[in-house]
Design a protein around this ligand. Structure first.
Ligand code: PHE
Length: 338
């Protein structure tokens, strides 16, 4: 009996578990009902009196050693997850934290810049009717400028279409509100364009509208300069070029100084020192009248920009399609506070 105990004792002492199963098997082998320890206790009953004392002592020693061994390795094979759930004070594991999409980041930034100077946000439907997308904006049927925005129509009904710009939201807003109006309209728009590195059939815009008494082109210019500096940095300059939009008169296209080459000329600005970012102008009196606003009393300005274009300039992304492919390696590079 003593020999058996001492064999088991050295076996226990040498035992080093390498997995949770291994440790479980050890416990079962020694401590279960039919385990080694119980077998010895059964034999112990029949041991002659004079040997009992010594054997009892050794048996207890073996039992304690087994328990110590189990205690020693008890926590070795607990998974990380178990540890986290067992200890409620542990910080959560943030391995898979996502980030905001770059287009959302830029949209929020634009919205935030205009919010700070009193513009509110207005939204409208993506499926529009002809009036709100075209006619009210001084683009009557058959007007050649409708071709500037190649349109997706729905169910072959020429009155139902996917909006080509968020100017439609401005029409809805003017119909429902009276001046002073100061609102920006972010949203998704659709145009039947071939998909390339610079264009997509679905993209995003932020358009702005300001209507009050005595609003002038100088107010527009100042607001755009403020926006450009907030978005691209304090040193940014703007340049306005005459342009044409049916809903504004006069109209202009706005360029910002290239912040990659500090306007010296580089591949991104095609050696012009400037990059086009938006269209703008004074709201045509016809548009105001169409929306029930007295054009003798009020004037206003409007502007519209593509979020993709601003994001490409800001992050120097040279292919617009990257924004829609949802490649995590691309998306992971962006983070934001808003
Ligand atoms: N709606 C025009 C577009 O989508 C942009 C614009 C808005 C231009 C307001 C002038 C004034 O191209």
């Amino acid at each position: 009996m003593l020999k058996k105990i001492s064999n088991l004792l050295s076996e226990v002492n040498n035992f080093k578990p390498n997995s949770k199963e291994n440790l479980d098997n050890f416990r079962i082998k020694y401590l279960s009902k039919s385990g080694e320890l119980n077998k010895l206790f059964v034999l112990f009953k029949d041991i002659p009196g004079n040997e009992k004392k010594l054997c009892g002592k050794e048996l207890n020693n073996l039992k304690n050693t087994i328990n110590l061994k189990l205690e020693e390795f008890k926590n070795s094979f607990i998974s990380k997850q178990q540890v986290a759930t067992n200890d409620l004070s542990k910080p959560i594991i943030l391995n898979n934290l996502g980030s905001r999409h770059p287009l959302s980041i830029v949209k929020n930034e634009i919205v935030d810049i205009f919010n700070r100077v009193g513009f509110n946000i207005s939204e409208g439907p993506e499926i529009e009717d002809d009036w709100h997308n075209f006619s009210a904006l001084n683009l009557p049927e058959e007007h050649p400028a409708r071709d500037m925005q190649d349109t997706f129509f729905i169910q072959s009904d020429p009155d139902v279409l996917l909006r080509t710009h968020t100017s439609s939201v401005q029409v809805r807003y003017m119909e429902k509100n009276t001046p002073p109006i100061r609102t920006i309209s972010p949203g998704r728009v659709y145009r039947n364009e071939a998909i390339s590195s610079r264009a997509h059939c679905i993209f995003h815009q932020v358009e702005g509208l300001y209507i009050d008494k005595d609003v002038s082109f100088a107010d527009l210019k100042q607001m755009l300069l403020y926006f450009a500096k907030e978005m691209f940095g304090e040193k940014t300059k703007i340049r306005l070029r005459p342009s044409y939009f049916p809903f504004t008169e006069p109209s202009a296209e706005v360029d910002v100084s290239c912040n990659i080459c500090s306007s010296k000329g580089c591949g991104v600005c095609k050696y012009t020192g400037y990059l086009e970012i938006l269209g703008c102008g004074m709201v045509d009196p016809n548009v105001l009248e169409n929306c029930g606003i007295d054009s003798k009393k009020y004037t206003g300005y409007a502007f519209g920009m593509g979020i993709e274009r601003i994001a490409m300039l800001k992050y120097q992304v040279n292919d617009l399609r990257l924004f829609y492919e949802n490649d995590v390696r691309f998306l992971k590079q962006f983070s934001s506070a808003i």
